[in-house]
Design a protein around this ligand. Sequence first.
Ligand SMILES: *[C@@H]1O[C@H](CO)[C@@H](O)[C@H](O)[C@H]1NC(C)=O
Length: 311
Amino acid sequence: MWNFIVWKQLFLYNCIIISASSVSAKRDLSIFFEHVSPRFHIVGGTPSDPGSAPYMVALSLGGTVKSFFCGGSLITTETVLTAGHCVEAVHFGGRLIPSLHGTVGTNHWMRGGVTFGFRGNVTHPQYSHDEIKNDLGMLLAAAPIHLTNLIQPVPLSYDLIGENVPVKATGWGKTRANSSPHSEVLIDLYTSTIQSSTCVLDVQKTAMDLGIYAPPVDPAHEICTFHSPGHGMCNGDSGSALLRRDSLQQVGIVSWGFPCAIGAPDMYTRVSAYRDFIEDGKKLPSHFFIRNLQKQQNKNTQNPDNIFYVP
Ligand SMILES: *[C@@H]1O[C@H](CO)[C@@H](O)[C@H](O)[C@H]1NC(C)=O
């Protein structure tokens, strides 16, 4: 049970609602944190050029005082793609927390850009919290977002991505494992995909060395990247986009790993494994629209004055 609690808090790259045992969990891994230099970002990345990630959405809770918790990517004017565990974290009592907002069009999650609300979500039906599998979902913006040169959806690639492919991860996650605030400015990490079999073994070995349980890596549904110790994803990067550097198409969603940048691979949901789910989700806004229209029309059928308007 102890390990079970520990890995859940440590693995998912978001920062939601840390419970009482997080203090012990931190102490458990603190020897690794000391090797991480404080000057590193994402961990080990560099600030994104303004406007270079016009698809990046900062997800936050709260009103005047916003608290950042995950990243996401704009894939249509109304749809934000993110990790399933990011959606789960803000979904209570059958609905999204009302103070959930997205901010797009700025490299600073706390200021600038456009902030908008959400009217619903779709989470992958086979999303597994315990094994962190099928870790993706979509948030539906309350209204279409006006596109500008600083606000643009990201194209997705459904081609299977292999090993040694240059990729770029972009996020507002912590720049050090045990630093408290998230990065105020968006950070890029230029990294590469690694061989699946190496990833499976490295993750097993790291978990064993740390004496904690890690879920098995599923290469058909997850992409692994590795740069070097001191360069990797950290808490708050969950849900953020991983892009191929050649085509600038999104291929992955930050999912889990060993916080932070301790020299083990980082795991991403493999976008190409979820083509149908994502493409169906992208059509949701119009489905909602059609359904509402039909409701409207059904109402009209009950009103004799309007009956001729029904096809
Ligand atoms: C919305 O998210 C919650 C939490 O992940 C999930 O239980 C629910 O099924 C999602 N709704 C849809 C329509 O997928």
